[in-house]
Design a protein around this ligand. Structure first.
Ligand code: CA
Length: 504
């Protein structure tokens, strides 16, 4: 058996997590530490000392909950032994005022991207096709297959077709206050920088969300309305004709040296485990700090995975107003969950718990470290585009596809996605770099995981080393020099536009 290893994060912690694959059996003795009184699975918590009933269970130096009964040294602490604390009170939070470590700018960082007419840059050269309503989806999907088979081979400088299929548009309460969220999302998806301003919109003709609301201004020629075309054959022909016009122009584009400052990178986690907050997420946070120092923009999201650790984030707001905006988004989400008869506890999945996460508090503390250590310079409502560069909180649900869709609408060129349990998730419009939190997953899925951060848990690499590898890979992928596995295999999830508004 390998040497028994555990990771204790903060000196104050009274628990640690087991590193060894397969966990460790009862009787395992740690030098100077506890002897296990029962088997503790990998990634799960062991009590480092006796914890009395109602005493806090401390990880990351803060309570992740309270013991429901007396816990003996060396015991396995699974989720049933931890009572979740109440969510942090939002009205007494420190807003701004954090002191930041010195972060000298990284000068002269570049990547090979495409330059758009509006001054933005692109990491891929894609033909974007956006429906205004789900009714057209079958016809568009058919046309996309033919575009890929018959037209794309003639335009080798185009990376592919991103069909932004979504279920919005039919029977929606278009004037409901919350309808601004899906409408803004779809509109901003249509102008994603990776489409080079050449999006094609397909509408039906009787939908409430008008295609003209999505096409770039004065570009009505980019719209096909199926009810105006002669039969299925005419519909497909019209889509293919407009697609080919765009492919011709996109094919003229070439990669050029662009400043890294033009990049917008989203970070997300999914299928998290107890290693997420120790390995992959701190490494992603280190990469996020490097990107920000190079002048780029980093979006972090997932409101329910921020909510319980928000008191650690609001002091990092660059101004009091930005701190208030973080609180505003937390409150909006509390109300949204409340209306649906749910609360934040609904977030943690069976897989998360199998991976050693007791509850959303423990998950959140590990999740927010993806944001690195810098000041938060802006807060975006779901699907909004940034107006600033630097670290930005883009409020989205934590659901992988909804977060992915909303970050795409905010214009990410690339997403870094950390996972402990494993997911083959990918996005067509922008590459997704998948980082495993543990070496077991990286070994099991060598053709799906792009970066293994599990080497941090075993001491083979430091957080800084893995973080630098992630940063370098981001620039390689954004430059088209390397492909992420999801792009190699063409693994693309459906988009899932966030719609908190009613459907009629
Ligand atoms: Ca997620």
């Amino acid at each position: 058996m390998d040497k028994p290893l555990f990771i204790k994060i903060d000196p104050k912690d009274n628990v640690a997590i087991i590193v060894n694959e397969g966990g460790l059996p009862a009787g395992t003795a740690f030098p100077g530490g506890p002897t296990l009184v029962e088997h503790v699975p990998q990634g799960h918590k062991v009590a480092l000392r006796d914890i009395a009933m109602d005493e806090p269970v401390l990880r990351y130096g803060v309570p992740i909950g309270y013991a429901v009964a007396d816990i003996k040294t060396g015991s396995w602490i699974d989720e049933s032994k931890v009572r979740m604390p109440v969510a942090p009170e939002l009205d007494s939070m420190q807003l701004g005022g954090a002191v930041f470590p010195p972060a000298p700018p990284l000068e002269g960082q570049t990547f090979l991207g495409y330059k758009n007419a509006d001054g933005s840059v692109a990491s891929k050269n894609m033909l974007g096709i956006v429906p205004s309503v789900q009714c057209v989806s079958g016809v568009v999907a058919h046309a996309v297959k033919r575009i890929e088979a018959e037209l794309l081979p003639k335009y080798p400088n185009v990376d592919g077709v991103a069909y932004l299929d979504h279920v919005y548009g039919c029977g929606v309460a278009i004037n409901a206050p919350d309808a601004v969220v899906p409408i803004r999302t779809i509109r901003n998806l249509a102008t994603h920088p990776n489409f080079g301003g050449e999006v094609l919109v397909v509408g039906l003709g009787c939908e409430k969300l008008l295609p003209t609301d999505m096409a770039p201004p004065a570009a009505v020629s980019t719209i096909v309305m199926l009810q105006d075309e002669k039969g299925f054959a005419g519909q497909v022909a019209a889509i293919m004709r407009l697609a080919e016009e765009r492919l011709k122009r996109l094919n003229e584009r070439r990669r050029e040296v662009c400043p890294v400052a033009g990049l917008v990178v989203g970070v997300q986690c999914g299928g998290s485990d107890a290693f997420s907050g120790v390995t992959s997420n701190p490494a992603v946070g280190y990469a996020a700090d490097l990107l920000v120092r190079a002048g780029a923009t980093v979006l972090f999201s997932e409101v329910t995975e921020v909510r319980d650790a928000v008191w650690l984030l609001t002091p990092r707001a660059a101004t009091k107003e930005i701190g208030q905006a973080i609180v505003r988004e937390m409150k909006w989400y509390d109300d949204y969950l409340d209306r649906g008869g749910a609360d934040r506890a609904a977030n943690t999945s069976p897989g998360n718990k199998k991976g050693g996460l007791a509850n959303i508090v423990e998950k959140s503390l590990g999740s927010i470290v993806k944001s690195g250590s810098g000041p938060i310079v802006e807060v975006l409502k779901p699907g909004e585009k940034p107006t600033k560069k630097g670290l930005i909180f883009a409020a989205t649900p934590a659901s992988d596809f909804v977060c992915g869709t909303e970050q795409l609408a905010s214009g990410i060129h690339l997403q870094v996605f950390t996972t402990g349990r494993g997911t083959p998730y990918g996005l067509a419009a922008a590459p997704v770099v998948k980082v495993s939190t543990n070496s077991r997953l990286a070994a099991q899925w060598p053709d799906l995981i792009d970066v293994n951060a599990g080497t941090i848990a075993t001491g083979e690499e430091t957080i800084e080393q893995v973080g630098k590898r992630i940063y370098d890979l981001i620039l390689d992928v954004a430059s088209g020099r390397k492909k992420v596995w999801a792009d190699v295999h063409g693994l693309y999830n459906s988009l899932s536009v966030f719609n908190p508004a009613p459907i009629t």
